[in-house]
Design a protein around this ligand. Structure first.
Ligand code: COA
Length: 184
């Protein structure tokens, strides 16, 4: 285990490094309904019941976790939405510590369950979650039917990425499940 790295609650001063690290490691094309952006981070920070931590090596953010009590319409479930560790710091147990800190905070806030959605091919993330006490509860396959009028369309082609902040905007306007929640 890496003992030089300390965990602290995420603050405004960590925003830039968290955003950059996320851009470095997340492949949001694997879950085309998600997007990584300043909005994703800022909305977590803004939420009064957030459970967000960074792992610091001196002043450098080498990992982070973003959690909240905002999983769709379930008020009693926590959501561990984003987790990342810098490539040169992976494999030292930092993510395990981040998951534990986030989970403890969410359970303390009354979460009966904590949810993390893991893409099928993300072995590192699936192993992390399994070792941290999560177990598979449901598997959802995103079936996609392309528009035949679209020249590029075929069943295997990648979906265009979601514009930054789109999902959150829709939630705010009440257009997506998860809408109309107080406290945001
Ligand atoms: C997933 C991720 C956060 C793991 O970070 P990490 O600090 O290397 O993880 P840890 O060292 O705490 O390891 C946790 C467990 O997962 C296992 N693990 C980590 N990487 C693994 C890999 N590539 N393949 C298989 N198992 C792996 C470890 O062996 C460990 O299990 P153990 O406790 O039984 O030894 C990191 O790989 C990452 O940032 N990936 C890119 C971002 C991402 O996909 N995030 C998840 C979606 S939001």
């Amino acid at each position: 285990m890496d003992t030089a790295t300390v965990l602290v609650p995420m603050g405004l001063g960590h925003l830039r490094q968290v955003l950059d690290l996320g851009h470095q490691v997340f492949d949001t094309s694997t879950k085309p309904y998600t997007s990584w952006s300043l909005t994703s981070v800022a909305e977590h920070l803004d939420s009064p019941d957030n459970a967000c931590w960074v792992a610091l090596d001196s002043d450098r953010v080498v990992g982070f976790v973003l959690g909240s009590m905002e999983f769709e319409l379930r008020d009693d479930w926590g959501y561990l939405e984003w987790i990342a560790v810098a490539p040169d710091m992976q494999g030292h147990g930092i993510a395990r510590r981040l998951v534990d800190a986030c989970s403890a905070a969410l359970f303390a806030r009354g979460a009966l369950r904590i949810v993390a959605d893991v893409e099928n091919n993300n072995t590192a993330s699936a192993t992390l979650m399994t070792r941290s006490g999560f177990h598979p509860a449901a598997t959802v396959t995103l079936f996609v039917r392309p528009n035949p009028e679209e020249p590029q369309a075929d069943a295997g082609s990648a979906l265009p990425p979601v514009a930054p902040g789109t999902k959150r905007d829709l939630i705010r306007r009440g257009r997506l499940a998860g809408e109309g929640r107080g406290g945001r």
